[in-house]
Design a protein around this ligand. Structure first.
Ligand code: ADP
Ligand code: AMP
Length: 219
């Protein structure tokens, strides 16, 4: 299964990608996670990405596309992957098509997680993440067993720099202007499956699995 998850920041892409990747035994490839790991590791890539991420802007395509190309060429992605947070504009989507064609493959489905902006702002303002394993929680909707600590690692959870109110608003604008056109782009190619990303995490997972299974059966 080669799938992309599209939706506004806070729609639950990372949450669902983590669950689905583990159930399908394929890697979750999250460009946001890869950038954050590079920022905290102080790498050259992290230095290039940080100022854009702090503002809530997209990191330039040449940096992002090269990173994804390397990641998808690795052995563990040969049997499939779930892309979370990439592509984020039409130019990236076109590059993804070329990267996959060079690997003699193509996408099976693009899953759009649909949720309104008011809900997204609530989700992002309460989001907490584990610095060790990247798992995400919500202080109210999906809290860890022990307050402020990851269930897997016991590490202290942190709040992302870009989950502040003004940056959230800017990221939503970037989504509307640059990423939302992908919905039409993939619909025109017969790859789009849209699901409601409202309700509990489990309800959304059930809808996502049904859409992925249908895409697998159709392709
Ligand atoms: P994205 O990767 O799309 O930015 P996340 O998966 O990080 O979104 O989810 C954003 C926040 O919303 C997190 O705090 C997560 O725990 C919470 N969340 C995810 N799915 C749901 C849901 N179905 N209901 C309520 N909160 C959710
Ligand atoms: P995310 O974890 O998906 O919310 O991404 C966090 C930040 O990483 C974004 O606001 C961007 O600055 C950057 N980023 C992640 N994915 C991409 C991408 N595909 N293209 C450009 N920038 C990205």
């Amino acid at each position: 299964m080669r799938a992309v998850l599209v939706g506004p920041p806070g729609a639950g892409k990372g949450t669902q990608a983590q669950i689905l990747a583990s159930e399908l035994s394929i890697p979750k490839v999250s460009t946001g996670d890869i950038f954050r790991a590079n920022v905290s590791g102080g790498t050259e890539l992290g230095k290039k990405a940080k100022e854009y991420m702090d503002r809530g802007d997209l990191v330039p395509d040449e940096v992002t596309n090269a990173m994804v190309k390397d990641r998808l060429a690795r052995d563990d992605a040969a049997a499939g992957f779930l892309l979370d947070g990439f592509p984020r504009n039409v130019a990236q989507a076109e590059t993804l098509g070329t990267i996959l064609a060079d690997l003699d493959t193509s996408l099976d489905v693009v899953l759009e997680l649909r949720v309104d902006e008011e809900e997204v702002v609530k989700r992002l303002s309460g989001r907490r993440s584990c610095p060790e394993c990247g798992r995400v929680y919500h202080v109210e909707y999906d809290p860890p067993n022990a307050e402020g600590r990851c269930d897997n690692e016991g590490a202290e959870l942190y709040q992302r720099e870009d989950d502040r109110e003004e940056t959230i608003r800017h990221r939503l604008e970037v989504y509307r202007e640059q990423t939302a056109p992908l919905v039409e782009f993939y619909a025109a190619r017969g790859l789009l499956a849209t699901i409601a990303a409202t309700g509990s995490v489990e309800e959304v997972t059930a809808r996502a699995k049904a859409a992925i299974e249908k895409a697998g059966a159709d392709s």
